[in-house]
Design a protein around this ligand. Structure first.
Ligand SMILES: Cc1cc2nc3c(=O)[nH]c(=O)nc-3n(C[C@H](O)[C@H](O)[C@H](O)COP(=O)(O)OP(=O)(O)OC[C@H]3O[C@@H](n4cnc5c(N)ncnc54)[C@H](O)[C@@H]3O)c2cc1C
Length: 507
C-alpha cells in the first residue's frame, strides 16, 4: 500500500482539495450510517475511512477506482448513508465515495416517459422534478427524502407505490456503472425502456455497493395522478389492523400505499410533538388517481372498515400522517439510537407477525413500535423498530431483536431483508444452494475485492493476520443470539419515553 500522504496528494490532484477530506471530524461522520453501532464495534472494524471524496462526474469516479489499484485502499460507495445494517461504512478504512454531488438530471424525455438522473440525486428530488412536468415515479422508497437513487437500488428497497405499480425493479430501465476495473458499463440497451433485451440491471439490485459504483440511472415514469388522498382508520389492536390490510387487498383494492402503524409509534410521536394523533393502532391508506375513482374507492373502504370494527379518523389527521411519512423514526431522539428489523412476510400472516414483533419487544424489555405495509398482493414488509442507547455497552444488545425477528420471519415463510455488515449470516438461509453463486458473481465483477469488500458474503475485520481476517458468519449469528439472551435477563425494561418526559420537566 502506498503511504497515505501520497494517496492524499493523488486524490487531491484528481478532485481538487475542496472535494477530498481526511479531517478527524469528517472521518467520524462517515464512520456510521443509520445503523446504531456500539463503540465496541471499533475493536473489530476500522469504521473510519482514510479519506472522504465527493466526485462530480462519472470520469472522476472512474479515476478514483483506478487510483485504488495504486494505493491498495478499498472503495466504499455511499449515498444518503441511511441504510440500516452498516452497508455504507468501511471495515478497513479506505476511500469513501460520497455520491451526493452527482445529483443532476441528465435528460428528461416525455415521449418515452423516461428520465436519466445521476445516482446521488434523492428519490424525492427525482419525483418532484417529474411531477413539475406532469409525470411521476411509479414507486419510490419510503425514505425517498434522503435515499439516493444509487443507494435505493443497491438496497433493493420497496416503498410507496409498490403495492400498485411494483417495486424499483420495475422502475429502472438502465444503469450506468463504473466497474471495479474502471470501465463504464450500461446495463441495458438505451433504446429499450421496456426492458425486452439482454439486461444486466438485476445484478445491481441489492448488491449493497459490492459490484461497482452506480453513477446514473434511467428511470421509467407514469402520468401524475389527478388526486392523492390519504385516509386513516383506527383499530382495536394491531392484528385487527393487519387483517384489514389483507381484506383490502383480497377485495381487489389497489391503493397507492397502505401502512400499519401501531399504538406505540404514536406514543413516541406524542412525546415529541404535541399535535400528533391520539395513540391507536392505525392504518393509513393513500388513494391516487382520477377524482371520481378516488371518491368511489373511499366509499368502498369506508364500507369495509366497520366490518373490522375500525373507526375512521378525521381527514386532517390522515393529511398530517401522510405529510410526515418521511419522518418515521423521530423516536430516535428519545434514546440515542434506533434499529429497524426489516423483513418480508406473507401478507396472509401479517397479523401473526405483528403479534410476534410486539411479544419480542416485551420479552426483550425494549421500547419499540411496529410498522408494516403490503408490498404486493402476496407479501408484506414488516419493519418494527426498537430504541437503543448506543452510548452504553449494553445498548448494542438491542441488535439481538433484529436477529430474533429475522428468525421469526423465516418461520412464517418470509425472510429478513438487507445483509450489510451485521446480517451476513442470513445469506445462506435466504438463498439456500444459490448462496455460493452470490460470491461467484462478486468474483466475476470484482476479482480484486476492491469495492465495498468484506460485506454481504463475508465479514472482514480490520486485522490482516491469518485467522483473524474475517468473522465467520455463524459466529456473528451466535453473537446476536447472545445479545438477545442478555436483553431477556436484563432486570428492568427500557423506559426511554419516561426518561425523556422527566428530562423535559427538568429543563
Ligand atoms: C426513514 C427511513 C425509511 C426507510 N425505509 C426503508 C424501506 O422501506 N425499505 C428498505 O429496504 N430500506 C429502508 N430504509 C433504509 C435505507 O434508507 C434504504 O436502504 C435507502 O434506500 C438507502 O439509500 P442511501 O442513499 O441512504 O444508501 P446508503 O445507506 O448510503 O447505502 C446503502 C448501500 O448502497 C451502497 N451504495 C450507495 N450508493 C451507491 C452507488 N451510487 N453505487 C453503488 N453502491 C452504492 C452502499 O455502499 C451501501 O451498501 C429506510 C431508512 C430510513 C431512515
Amino acid at each position: 500500500m502506498a503511504n497515505t500522504d501520497y494517496a492524499y496528494r493523488r486524490l487531491v490532484n484528481t478532485l481538487w482539495p475542496e472535494r477530498v477530506s481526511r479531517t478527524e471530524f469528517d472521518r467520524m461522520v462517515y464512520s456510521h450510517d443509520f445503523a446504531s453501532l456500539p463503540k465496541v464495534a471499533l475493536l473489530q472494524w476500522r469504521l473510519y475511512p482514510d479519506f472522504v471524496v465527493l466526485p462530480q462526474t462519472t470520469e472522476e469516479v472512474a479515476s478514483l477506482v483506478k487510483l485504488s489499484d495504486e494505493s491498495g485502499l478499498p472503495i466504499v460507495p455511499r449515498g444518503g448513508g441511511t441504510g440500516w445494517y452498516g452497508g455504507a461504512v468501511p471495515v478497513r478504512g479506505g476511500v469513501l465515495i460520497d455520491m451526493r454531488k452527482m445529483s443532476h438530471v441528465r435528460s428528461f424525455d416525455p415521449a418515452t416517459r423516461t428520465i436519466t438522473v445521476e445516482a446521488g440525486m434523492t428519490w424525492q428530488d427525482v419525483a418532484e422534478y417529474a411531477e413539475a412536468r406532469g409525470l411521476t415515479l411509479p414507486s419510490l422508497p419510503t425514505n425517498a427524502m434522503a435515499s439516493t437513487v444509487g443507494g435505493g437500488i443497491n438496497s433493493d428497497v420497496v416503498g410507496y407505490g409498490s403495492l400498485r405499480n411494483g417495486g424499483l425493479r420495475q422502475v429502472v430501465a438502465d444503469l450506468e456503472v463504473v466497474l471495479p476495473d474502471a470501465r463504464v458499463l450500461h446495463t441495458a440497451f438505451a433504446g429499450d425502456a421496456g426492458g425486452a433485451y439482454a439486461d444486466l440491471t438485476p445484478f445491481f439490485f441489492g448488491a449493497e455497493g459490492t459490484l461497482g459504483v452506480i453513477t446514473a440511472a434511467t428511470l421509467r415514469l407514469i402520468a401524475k395522478p389527478d388526486l392523492v388522498k390519504p385516509l386513516a382508520y383506527a383499530f382495536k389492536d394491531t392484528p385487527a389492523a393487519a387483517t384489514f390490510l389483507g381484506a383490502m387487498v383480497d377485495a381487489g383494492f389497489q391503493p397507492y400505499h397502505a401502512a400499519l402503524l401501531d399504538r406505540e409509534h404514536f406514543v413516541f410521536e406524542r412525546a415529541l410533538r404535541a399535535g400528533s394523533p391520539e395513540p391507536a393502532d392505525m392504518v393509513l391508506v393513500t388513494l391516487a388517481g382520477a377524482k371520481d375513482d378516488v371518491a368511489d374507492q373511499e366509499k368502498a373502504l369506508d364500507a369495509l372498515a366497520p366490518k373490522l370494527a375500525a373507526a375512521k379518523r378525521p381527514p386532517q389527521e390522515a393529511e398530517d400522517l401522510w405529510a410526515h411519512r418521511f419522518m418515521m423514526y423521530s423516536a430516535r431522539r428519545l434514546s440515542r439510537g434506533l434499529v429497524v428489523a426489516n423483513n418480508v412476510v406473507p401478507l396472509s400472516r401479517l397479523g401473526e407477525a405483528c403479534r410476534l414483533s410486539r411479544e419480542l419487544i416485551r420479552k426483550m424489555k425494549l421500547n419499540g413500535a411496529v410498522h408494516a405495509f403490503p408490498m404486493d398482493t402476496a407479501s408484506a414488509i414488516l419493519a418494527p423498530y426498537v430504541l437503543m442507547d448506543d452510548t452504553t455497552p449494553s445498548g448494542g444488545t438491542a441488535l439481538g431483536y433484529v436477529k430474533k425477528l429475522g428468525d421469526a420471519a423465516f418461520e412464517l415463510g418470509g425472510h429478513p431483508m438487507g445483509l450489510g455488515l451485521f446480517m451476513v449470516f442470513n445469506l445462506r438461509r435466504m438463498h439456500g444452494r444459490a448462496a455460493p453463486y452470490t460470491a461467484y458473481v462478486k468474483s466475476v465483477f470484482d476479482p480484486g475485492k476492491k469495492i465495498n469488500p468484506g460485506k454481504t458474503i463475508e465479514v472482514w475485520t480490520k486485522y490482516q493476520f491469518p485467522g483473524l481476517r474475517a468473522i465467520p458468519p455463524p459466529a456473528m449469528r451466535v453473537g446476536l443470539d447472545v445479545a438477545a439472551a442478555l436483553r431477556r435477563i436484563k432486570p428492568t425494561p427500557d423506559k426511554f419515553v419516561r426518561a425523556y418526559e422527566r428530562g423535559k420537566e427538568a429543563d
